[in-house]
Design a protein around this ligand. Structure first.
Ligand SMILES: *Cc1c(COP(=O)(O)O)cnc(C)c1O
Length: 319
């Protein structure tokens, strides 16, 4: 009825030779089951990693090298920029560009984010696909329910599956999905060498999360859309960023002090980081991203609570 968890780290050879599973650093049955499920959702071949950041690291180490340039979407997840700057010590270069326009000519890998976190811009997929370099799309916030990047001309999809895909704030896990089997094989090899594969228990939690993904994301999108509309009418709110789908939005209040007041005054909405869980949460992003974001920017990840109660909570916190 449910997928069993196989926690083995090693399996007997079959007639003296390694079978489909031999050592868990290469792969394991539960990981492979979750990879099949995600691969079907995205329309490609999926690989699971210990985190979204481990997946991002594997892409760079497997596919790039010294002197190669990543063109990263401006305003993408701050941790991706921080990771790529870390890798600059190995002479992997980073340029940031406006993903709503043409990518820069010198790029060896184009790194989109759909929609960007926390600025909520959507990439110009056609402009990226027209560039000769391979295109990766971090689709963590969109999920395959709203965007399937491989169908939009991208070569690789990245997920922090920690967020919507697992969905319950109890599994740290990342994923890559490839349109092309030889690129997948290259990255799988790197994953085996570096040992960044996901654990079986986490893969099982991901499988459980995927079973309700569509329902969760539909509810979160509906509620987030309603909240974005309410927020646009509120006199204390200056800017609302919402791409029209998904459960993630951001909005600005006057300054850092106002943002602090709002995030510490909500009751139903937790004041904590991350996104994509069943519980709504809000935070001022300047604590992590400093001057990269407006001081009054609040990021709101909408969960499964009653949207009327969420709005009542935001209204009293904004008052
Ligand atoms: C959280 C996040 C990541 C990093 O994923 P981890 O699982 O935390 O390592 C990457 N991209 C986006 C858009 C994220 O929100």
């Amino acid at each position: 009825m449910t997928t069993p968890i196989d926690r083995s780290t090693t399996w007997p050879y079959e007639s003296g030779e390694p079978g489909a599973f031999s050592y868990a650093r290469f792969s394991s049955p539960t990981v492979a089951d979750a990879e099949r499920a995600l691969g079907q959702l995205e329309g490609g071949e999926a690989l699971l990693f210990a985190s979204g950041s481990a997946a991002a690291t594997a892409v760079v180490l497997a596919l790039l090298g010294p002197g190669k340039t990543v063109a990263l979407a401006e305003g993408a997840y701050y941790g991706t920029g921080a990771l790529l700057r870390e890798l600059e010590r190995w002479d992997v270069r980073l340029v940031e560009y406006d993903q709503t326009a043409e990518p820069p000519g010198e790029a060896d890998l184009i790194w989109l984010e759909a929609p960007s976190n926390p600025f909520l811009t959507m990439p110009d997929f056609d402009a990226a696909a027209g560039h000769p370099a391979p295109v990766l799309c971090d689709s963590t916030a969109a999920t395959p329910i709203h965007v399937r990047p491989l169908e939009r001309g991208c070569d690789i999809v990245l997920h922090s599956a920690t967020k919507y895909l697992a969905g319950h704030d109890d599994a740290l896990v990342g994923a890559l999905v490839f349109g092309d089997a030889s690129t997948a094989a290259r990255v799988r090899e790197l994953r085996s060498r570096t040992g960044s594969v996901a654990a079986p228990d986490v893969a099982w939690l991901l499988l459980r999360g995927l079973a309700t993904l569509e329902l969760r994301v539909a509810r979160q999108s509906e509620s987030a859309g309603a909240l974005a509309q309410y927020l646009r009418t509120h006199p204390a709110v200056e800017t609302v960023r919402y791409p029209g789908f998904g459960g993630l939005l951001s909005f600005d209040v006057a300054d850092a002090e106002s943002a602090r007041r709002v995030e510490t005054s909500t009751r139903l909405i937790a004041n904590m980081t991350s996104l994509g869980g069943v519980r709504s949460r809000i935070e001022a992003r300047s604590r992590w991203e400093s001057e990269r974001v407006p001081p009054g920017l609040l990021r709101l990840s909408v969960g499964l609570e009653d949207p009327a109660e969420l709005w009542a909570d935001l209204e009293q916190a904004l008052a």
